[in-house]
Design a protein around this ligand. Structure first.
Ligand code: FES
Ligand SMILES: [Fe+2]
Length: 338
């Protein structure tokens, strides 16, 4: 997977809540950044003081500035050095500035846009939209985890139905109770969606407890790292699970697992209490298998994959990761035994 492709997108850096008064160090695609908040908003700089390269994240925020913990140089939100303590006549100069990084706050997350050596003509000009985060009829909760593996393999794992009988045996599906399911794949823009219909509910525990009358389910991926599973009944949304992936490096992803349910008679917080142990267990099983895969890939020195028609999503993920934008819709229908 091309890191360059990922680099050309807005990427999540952290949740809004993770950045408080203290500066926060975050690593995105091996780049060390410092985030800090002032009255004028959130700022991001490379986490490297231009003076002696000490991380600025060890410093403190003073008014509108961040102050380096070593010799007290101060920088504003654009990285401009505004103070060098001890210097009798301070004259601003570019060589004294810290490198600024574009930053945005949206849908409960702080996003950054890394500088590119050769800016792509077509990069995403805004962070991916997570509209469910601000829908008042929905209740979302988030937990953070991480996986050692590529973003592509982690996304494939989440969106692939055929591993669920084995990795999540009994919890999501069972090998004995398979059904013939219609899968309609639509790729458009920077994303792909698979609509599964004809599955009356999964045989596993999660479905039996949380789903009454399943009508349709969806698997979606949106560049650069939004993988989503949605379950719908005749009454609408039952459960929406979104993995927002932050590539710390090519082979390591921080994952924000966002679980969304409909607000209704049963309070969202109660649903959260009931559903969380099941989902955490499933996620743990997924993380384990992706890490086993990653370790094997590292030992072998790379991938030598062989796919079939049942590996529905992989070809689209690979193309998207290579930078493809589907300017017109690409549609395909296949049947699967899941
Ligand atoms: S290293 Fe930052 S002020 Fe000297
Ligand atoms: Fe899984």
């Amino acid at each position: 997977m091309s890191i360059h492709t990922l680099q050309s997108h807005w990427l999540p850096a952290c949740r809004k809540e993770e950045l408080r008064r203290k500066p926060l160090a975050v690593t995105v695609l091996d780049q060390e950044l410092v985030l800090f908040r002032t009255r004028s908003g959130v700022h991001a700089l490379m986490d490297r003081c231009p003076h002696r390269n000490v991380p600025l994240s060890g410093g403190v925020v003073q008014g509108d500035r961040i102050m380096c913990p070593y010799h007290g140089w101060e920088f504003d939100g654009n990285g401009v050095c505004t103070r060098v303590p001890g210097l009798c006549s301070f004259k601003p100069g570019e060589h004294m500035n810290a490198a600024a990084v574009r930053v945005a706050e949206q849908d409960g997350f702080i996003w950054i846009k890394l500088p590119e050596e050769t800016p792509a003509a077509e990069g995403e000009s805004a962070p991916a939209s997570l509209p469910f985060m601000k829908d008042p009829t929905l209740y979302s909760f988030v937990w953070k985890t991480a996986v050692r593996g590529t973003l592509l393999n982690a996304a494939e794992n989440l969106l692939d139905a055929t591993h669920t009988h084995y990795v999540h045996a009994g919890l999501i599906r069972t090998d004995k109770n398979r059904q013939r399911v219609k899968a309609c794949i639509t790729a458009s823009g920077s994303g792909v969606e698979i609509e599964y219909s004809g599955e009356s509910g999964q045989a596993g525990l999660i479905s039996r407890i949380f789903e009454r009358d399943r009508q349709t389910s969806y698997g979606r991926f949106l560049m650069p790292g939004v993988a989503q599973i949605e379950y719908r009944s005749s009454k609408g949304l039952t459960l929406l699970i979104t993995a927002l992936m932050k590539p710390t490096s090519a082979d390591y992803q921080d994952i924000y697992a966002i679980v969304t349910v409909k607000r209704g008679l049963i309070p969202g917080s109660l649903k959260k209490l009931v559903i969380t142990p099941f989902l955490k267990k499933a996620l743990k099983q997924d993380i384990r298998i992706v890490e086993v895969q990653q370790a094997a890939l590292e030992r072998a020195g790379g991938e030598d994959f062989h796919s079939t028609q049942a590996d529905l999503i992989r070809p689209y993920l690979e193309q998207l990761m290579r930078g493809r934008v589907y300017s017109s819709r690409v549609e395909k229908t296949v049947y699967l035994h899941v």
